[in-house]
Design a protein around this ligand. Structure first.
Ligand code: PA5
Length: 469
């Protein structure tokens, strides 16, 4: 096992720190461990039985080899890589890029280790049009990675059809084919059919792996490897975390403890879960987590079909930025939140704060300090202030941010989600509530077979002038 392990620190959720009314007591933690411990074995068994295939991704050498082969063939001629996808087919790609490449990656050739990366996970025409105007004369040096497990997702399909037409118009059928990499289901779905028919290069979304659990498959690995991210270290981090989150000892298993504490606080009035990284690199991991947590745990029914309407609401905040936006509410508003800070002990780059002019002696305390020291002290200060108001705070501590620790974090939170779903007694892996909105879109766009739904929708979507002010 490599050295740098991320850690979960949980003392600041205990009654010892924030009192019995809001914190967890030793007796409650003990009973939580008794409830959660049997689930460790259960999840390990389910994994062995092939019911959670996302857990095998870090060990699947076939996927990373295929990704690397494709990258070897494409990287030299590629100046821009464009990901077309949404939800689980985009959030992991964005999170990896923000976490592991420099802030100025796209703009500064000296900081770039691969093509510029653009991820379109929305269908705002002004946004995409602006990009297409820019990329128009560089299409032959631009690879479009369309990612969709189903292929029928309207947002991704429409972006793809716009890009395909542009490529056909400008480069012709043979040229168009060269610029597309499709990532989709191995055997079925609309994008699979299109891909097979057109002969695009392709990668697979593994069977049984839902979008939000797919970042460690070709879905996330291809754009990462194209952009110079060390995917072997990423997967090594995840596989080393696999050993920790498989431990049958509750107190040594960070996913089991993390899930159990989240479950406990949800049941004790903290229905909102705020993830607050103190690192720009980690900010989009909080977005990735938001989807993972919300789609996996927000469910109407439990496994016994009882109506439960369960699910903690995940919120993303960023330190120190949101201290000046959210912390007033977090301290003085309702005590209904569990906070999870992400803290980085060693930043790869640091800056020293300059000397203070004689006219501003009150800034003298900053002079000569490192910026990372200020950022981390602000994290401690915010946590202290929240604890003063009896708000429970967890921290995930990164020794440093690199592919190995990011791999650990991703896997830790995926398995934490599995534990949380098991504790809530719900199906963690489906998302039935997303369907109705998708179908309503089909109806509103005039898709055949959705005429009746279109009629049902009309009275609710037509604007009633009496209510327009
Ligand atoms: O996590 C999920 O399953 C979803 O967020 C999907 O990833 C998202 O809806 C996109 O689906 P698809 O990959 O089929 O286009």
């Amino acid at each position: 096992m490599l050295q740098s392990q991320i850690k979960l620190y949980y003392k600041n959720v205990t009654a010892e720190i924030i009192g019995e009314e809001n914190g967890i007591t030793p007796e409650q933690l003990k009973s939580l461990s008794e409830k959660t411990s049997p689930l460790i074995g259960k999840l390990n068994e389910e994994r062995k039985a092939g019911k959670t295939p996302y857990r095998d991704l870090p060990f699947n050498k076939g996927i990373s080899q295929k990704v690397k082969q494709l990258v070897d063939g494409l990287k030299a001629g590629c100046e821009n890589l464009v990901v077309l996808g949404i939800g689980g087919s985009a959030l992991g790609n964005i999170a990896l890029q923000t976490a592991l490449n420099p802030y100025m990656y796209n703009l500064d050739d000296a900081q770039r280790t691969g093509p510029r990366l653009f991820v379109f996970d929305n269908i705002d025409p002004a946004q995409l049009a602006s990009f297409l105007d820019w990329v128009g004369d560089k299409l032959d040096k631009t690879i479009f990675n369309v990612i969709s497990k189903s292929g029928r997702t309207a947002e991704t399909a429409s972006e793809f059809l716009i890009v395909r037409k542009l490529l056909l118009d400008k480069l012709g059928p043979a040229g168009c084919k060269e610029q597309i990499v499709a990532t989709t289901d191995a055997n079925e779905g609309t994008l699979r059919t299109i891909t097979d028919d057109a002969g695009y290069r392709c990668l697979e979304v593994p069977d049984g792996v839902g979008g939000r659990f797919s970042v460690l498959s070709a879905v996330g690995l291809f754009s990462a490897a194209m952009c110079g991210i060390d995917i072997d270290s990423l997967l090594a981090g995840a596989s080393d975390m696999d050993a920790r989150v498989s431990s049958e000892d509750f107190y040594k298993n960070p996913a089991a403890i993390n899930a159990a504490l989240n479950y406990h606080f949800y049941n004790h009035g903290k229905k909102i879960s705020v993830m607050m990284p103190y690192s720009f690199h980690l900010k989009d991991l909080a977005d990735w987590y938001r989807q993972l947590w919300a789609e996996s745990l927000g469910k109407a029914k439990d496994l016994a079909d009882n109506e439960v309407h369960i699910g903690p609401t995940p919120i993303k905040a960023l330190g120190a930025t949101d201290q000046h936006s959210q912390v007033q509410l977090y301290r003085e508003g309702p005590n209904d939140k569990l906070f999870t800070f992400l803290q980085v002990d060693n930043f790869d780059k640091n800056l020293t704060i300059g000397p203070v002019p004689d006219s501003a002696p009150e800034l003298q305390y900053l002079a000569g300090a490192e910026l990372s020291t200020l950022l981390n002290n602000e994290k401690k200060a915010t946590e202290y202030a929240l604890l003063a108001d009896k708000r429970p705070c967890l921290t995930v501590v990164f020794d440093r941010v690199n592919a190995y620790t990011i791999g650990q974090f991703i896997y830790l939170y995926e398995v934490t989600t599995s534990f949380a779903g098991a504790l809530f007694g719900i199906n963690t892996y489906d998302q039935p509530a997303v369907e109705l909105g998708k179908e309503a879109t089909f109806a509103l766009m005039g898709k055949a077979g959705y005429e009746k739904l279109a009629q049902q929708i009309q009275p609710l979507t037509e604007v009633d002038g009496d209510f327009l002010v």
